[in-house]
Design a protein around this ligand. Structure first.
Ligand code: 1PR
Length: 582
């Protein structure tokens, strides 16, 4: 029997915590390989039979890291040895010749070139018709004529009826002619794909290669470690050497909707209560204290324990879980060890993306008096199990500075430093705007985008602009949402979490005018937030806006509805969603 050990190559380009948790969850030990010497020793060792090559972020950076660590040759030697290799995301891309993501696409000697095992170039998705990056859940279908398709089996457990989590702006996109060839069962005739068994995914109008099995190498563009139980099955199948597994039976009456889905996110606002315990809370327009309590003041609303609630929502089918540490603008997150522990515990049992926000900025460590950079704070969150960090207040300051500099970054803001180090897909900007009503567009401050509103203000004002705030809505800033989101996209945000203080906790549905405004400004995905009160609100926001995801808090925390109920309502209304519980 082969030893139950998974080896993982650390190219020092991103965060391996989620993969470690997934490997341990399926009963294998996790062994990190950090140097060329260690990799060569692993090739020689009987104990090493399965190696992961995980990657996130920028292709050029990933390849440069491989070269700097002198790993290029040993990786090729490992593959030549015949032992099994599984690449994930940029770990798939590394097999290709090159990517449009690099600046040196045509330079034969560039240290950003791929391993050239697949003679193709990765291309960027067309962002005129869809959000880029692709962030979310999509189907992975074996190309017609491949062994898995012919046998009706699943390649390493990848099931057509399931969805998998993707985060990518670049992919091995097929041309129209290549897509046609693939449909005719001739995928091996496509340039570079001879000897490959491929699976395909469609995003917008583009079809790309989302998984490849070639000899002892198996690679996926999606993240199995973040794809719930469906993804854990793939990791398990790879580690157990089960190339073809019986196809997952689709229960009677269940209709599989193929394709990209809109996401449903459960959000947990977390803060210390008056006894110092971290609790999940929820406010009305950001006020999280109970009202009209006699005598002893207004305690923080306590809706439950963060780890337990996150697990519950995962089990109910939440596509992502977000924690917002809502008082860390006052406290230092590095002093907030319980929050780090919440992340550590949650990430061991929640295998969908975890985002954490609150207090991501340069700070002074209260225990040592030393400056800790926002990048270090983010790294601490990533090491504790977060997949993305969310920046609120500091992103507003960065956007203001961007305009003050004449629409330029200077590379020093937390938004820029974190997205440079971890990739834009790891950085969400959380926006906390308030409606400001005006009688006419001229009545608003200069250079602020004003829109007509269907919901006039208290004095009948027919126009509105959305003013950004910082410090949990306590301080308004002289910048509008439209201006802010354009700036943060340029500075390296990969996604927007679009709250709305007027709607927060109101149970009256999302603010579509705000969502349309943000979507018109950027190509990155937008998460609608604030105001969800019933499952129908999720249907409405997906039918009436192009929001990529929708987030709910109070309606889930108060136990009024479950995430499954939201998903059922979406399916009833023909909106593609991940139906993947269990
Ligand atoms: O500024 O980088 O330290 O980040 C602070 C983060 O904490 C920001 O993302 C900010 O939105 C959040 N925050 C700060 N104070 C509050 C508060 O409530 N007092 N919560 C707060 C914001 C908004 C949503 C909420 C939705 C959905 N919470 O996350 O969950 O509005 O609620 P609903 O579905 O019940 O309507 P920094």
């Amino acid at each position: 029997m082969s030893p139950k050990v998974a080896y993982v190559l650390d190219v020092k380009s991103g965060n391996l915590q989620s993969l470690q948790n997934a490997i341990e969850k399926v009963g294998f030990e996790f062994t990190l390989i950090e140097t060329a010497a260690e990799l060569r020793a692993a090739i020689a060792s009987e104990a090493c039979q399965k190696l992961f090559l995980p990657g996130v972020g920028n292709f050029g950076h990933f390849m440069r890291q491989i070269n700097q660590l002198e790993l290029r040759e040993p990786i090729l030697e490992y593959i030549a040895s015949g032992k099994a290799l599984m690449g994930i995301c940029v770990g798939l891309q590394a097999l290709f010749n090159n990517s449009e993501e690099t600046n040196n696409l045509h330079d034969e000697n560039s240290d950003e070139n791929g391993l050239k095992l697949i003679n193709r170039t990765l291309k960027r998705f067309d962002d005129t018709e869809k959000s880029v990056p692709e962030i979310g859940w999509n189907s992975v279908i074996p190309a017609p004529g491949t062994e898995a398709a012919v046998q009706g089996k699943d390649l390493y457990g990848i099931s057509e009826s399931r969805k998998y989590y993707f985060v990518n702006s670049y992919a091995s996109i097929l041309s129209k002619e290549e897509t046609e060839l693939a449909k005719q069962g001739k995928a091996t005739e496509i340039t570079g794909l001879k000897d490959c068994e491929i699976s395909l995914t469609t995003y917008g109008s583009e079809t790309f290669v989302s998984a490849i099995s070639k000899g002892n190498v198996f690679v996926t563009q999606f993240h199995p470690e973040k794809s719930g139980n469906a993804g854990l099955k793939i990791i398990e199948a790879f580690l157990n050497g089960n190339k073809y597994t019986p196809a997952v039976a689709i229960p009677e009456g269940v209709k599989v909707q193929h394709g990209f889905t809109r996401r449903v996110i459960a959000c947990l606002d977390v803060r210390a209560n008056d006894n110092g315990d971290l609790v999940v809370t929820k406010g009305d327009q950001y006020d999280v204290r109970e009202r009209q309590v006699d005598g002893s003041g207004n305690p923080v609303r306590n809706l439950g324990k963060p780890v337990e609630m996150a697990r519950k929502y995962y089990e109910q089918g939440a596509d992502e879980v977000t924690f917002l540490n809502i008082t860390s603008f006052r406290n230092s997150p590095i002093a907030d060890l319980p929050m780090l522990e919440v992340l550590r515990q949650t990430s061991k049992s929640v295998f969908v993306p975890l985002t954490v926000g609150g207090g991501i900025r340069d700070i002074v460590d209260p225990s040592t008096g030393k400056l800790v950079s926002a990048l270090d704070v983010a790294s601490l969150y990533f090491r504790s199990g977060a997949d993305k960090v969310s920046i609120g207040s500091d992103a507003v300051y960065a956007a203001e500075a961007y305009y003050a500099r004449g629409e330029k970054g200077d590379g020093t803001s937390p938004l820029e430093t974190i997205s440079k180090a971890y990739g834009i897909q790891a950085v969400v900007v959380s926006v906390d705007p308030k409606r400001v009503y005006v009688e006419s567009p001229e009545a608003a401050p200069a250079n602020i985008k004003v829109i007509p509103t269907k919901y006039p203000g208290p004095n009948g004002e027919k126009y509105v602009w959305y003013q950004c705030t910082v410090k949990g809505g306590r301080e308004s800033r002289p910048i509008g949402v439209y201006e802010l989101v354009r700036a943060v996209e340029a500075l390296g945000a990969g996604e927007l979490l679009l709250n709305c203080i007027d709607k927060d906790g109101s149970n009256s549905g999302y603010d579509f005018e705000l969502i349309d405004l943000a979507k018109s400004a950027v190509a990155i995905p937008v998460i609608a937030s604030s105001g969800a009160g019933v499952p129908q609100h999720f249907v409405d926001v997906f039918e009436q806006t192009s929001a990529d995801a929708a987030l709910g808090a109070g309606m889930f925390h108060r136990g009024e509805y479950t995430v499954n109920e939201v998903k059922s309502e979406l399916m009833k209304n023909g909106i593609a969603t991940r139906n993947d519980v269990g």
